[in-house]
Design a protein around this ligand. Sequence first.
Ligand code: NAP
Length: 287
Amino acid sequence: MSAEIIDGRAIAEAVRRGVAAGVAAWVAEGNEPPGLATVLVGDDPASAVYVGGKQKATQEVGMRGYDHRLPADVPQAEVEALLGELNADQRVSGILLQLPTPPHIDGSRLTRLVDAAKDVDGLTPVSAGLLSKGLPGLRPCTPSGCIELLDRHGVELQGADAVVVGRSDLVGKPLAQMLLARHATVTICHSRTRDLPDVCRRADVLVAAVGRARMVQGDWVKRGATVIDVGMNRTDDGLAGDVDFAAAAERAALITPVPRGVGPMTIAMLLRNTLEAARARAAAPAR
Ligand code: NAP
């Protein structure tokens, strides 16, 4: 293996320490600690673990957590009412609606109801529009985490050929826009892309956000490229990324492993967004 490994766990720790210091300074200035409200509908065990992790991390950096758990059969109107209360609650700086929601709940409609100033997941249409226009706003956490990894390793994005495989609203699309904002030349690939290996071979920065274990082969990687693997796929032999790590690491200069690559960055960026949201609201005229 020749590639340098990007240690997402260490970088996420550094981001969290920075947020904790920011929160301490914010409180020392006489402000209330930022507050993160999580909303979980139903009893999906994986979602409960994710929400628990987010709440724990919130406390660890000195923020307040408001953990709202609603039964699987809760009516849509009740969740909407809760989001309305959280939008109005001055103690709440950020709102995170854990997705997916149970089938009878319209998660997309709920997402649209979150006040963009509290949209720490960066997934509302307003946040997406601000990103697309290059205006300040809260950015989705996983793509922000990818950019943070690239920045911490000093990867040159300006003028670089970046290929993003995956065009989801959660990862691929916003990450492509963030790379574009950093002046990369961006290609977005998806399930209908023709000759995907060939397109990937052009990439100075190759991002895989597909959800198919080890799909990106070693010989799809240009020599000296940076490879960011967002994939988290449960396989019989454990968690696997979207990239064939061992083969890709033979050609890449820099690569994220799975686990301990992009994964730990998501919560770290959520915490950073929550602090940013608290600061921005304090600076904005009263509403
Ligand atoms: P998604 O919504 O399912 O989107 C997958 C994308 O991959 C789609 O755009 C799809 O194309 C494309 N795709 C599927 N098969 C393809 C193929 N054979 N060739 C080229 N493109 C293909 O998934 P997501 O939410 O973006 O997540 C992607 C991966 O990242 C998953 O493994 C997920 O678990 C992981 N993830 C990790 C984190 C983290 O914290 N590390 C956070 C979020 C997601 P079409 O649009 O044409 O269908």
